[in-house]
Design a protein around this ligand. Structure first.
Ligand code: FPP
Length: 249
């Protein structure tokens, strides 16, 4: 017997790869690929709203992306700022709660201000929580959780022997959301690339050669159909899955 997977993921995590190659195929600058990538962001947000997927985390900019050529980083910053300026209110109006994870200190002041403004909008009952991972690295996330716990130990509020998966998990980014059920990476690479390392422990992984700007509903339908066929065992044997779902983090 296999466990019926919940029909829909409660949380979708996505690496949006392939913007550069999409532009190259058209002999256009990489920045044009990123602009087309921003349109695909709208596609996936609309899709989640239409299907009732309540949480979506997008890897918008990794901690390693700061090492890209200055010109590309500058173009991405301008694009992020423009998107924040043009979309935040509309997202709130559509009951999309925007959040950010990652190290913000290197982002231009104008972007940090917009991020803070967007986060000040707190929707009582959002239809979708949209998390943008910006300046994010999975290892850095684990390191900051370790630092927070060490500070609590130093302050006498936590004993080392009480540190377990639950305390570490609670100190990680996204601790208040269910862990991602489904991870999607476009662009043909089969890697996690330092995305949500802790949070993806039991996530179903799905990869496609489709380049991010070419994302459409059919691609997302295929990912969800595949997800619905997966047997999620969380380390157990199939016979055990008839009983209630085990703790997954
Ligand atoms: C990876 O493609 C994509 C990025 C590093 C940036 C992601 C940014 C966007 C999708 C644009 C807008 C996003 C938001 C949230 C407004 P790549 O450049 O690595 O592509 P390649 O592998 O083909 O070179």
């Amino acid at each position: 017997m296999s466990a019926p997977p919940p029909a829909l993921p409660r949380h979708l995590a996505v690496i949006m790869d392939g913007n550069g190659r999409w532009a190259k195929q058209r002999q256009r600058p990489r920045t044009l690929g990123h602009r087309a990538g921003a349109r695909a962001v709208r596609t996936i947000v609309e899709y989640c709203l239409a299907r009732g997927i309540p949480a979506l985390t997008l890897f918008a900019f990794s901690s390693e992306n700061w090492n890209r050529p200055e010109e590309e980083v500058g173009a991405l910053m301008r694009l992020f700022l423009r998107v924040l300026e043009s979309e935040v209110e509309e997202l709130a109006r559509r009951q999309v709660q925007l959040r950010f994870i990652g190290e913000r200190s290197r982002f231009p002041e104008a972007i940090r201000r917009r991020m803070a403004e967007a986060e000040r909008i707190q929707l009582p009952a959002p239809r979708l929580t949209l998390v943008l991972a910006a300046g994010y690295g999975g290892r850095a996330d684990i390191a900051q959780a370790a630092r927070r716990l060490a500070e609590q130990v130093q302050a006498g509020r936590l004993r080392p022997e009480d540190i377990d998966e639950a305390t570490v998990g609670a100190a990680m980014s996204l601790a208040d959301l269910p862990p991602p059920d489904l991870f999607i990476r476009t662009g043909g690479e089969h890697r996690i690339s330092n995305f949500l390392l802790w949070q993806l422990a039991y996530t179903e992984l799905w990869f496609t050669d489709v380049l991010w700007p070419d994302l459409d509903e059919a691609v997302l339908d295929a990912a969800l159909a595949d997800y619905a066929r997966r047997e999620r065992r969380f380390g157990l044997v199939p016979e055990q899955l008839a009983s209630p779902a085990p703790e997954t983090r």
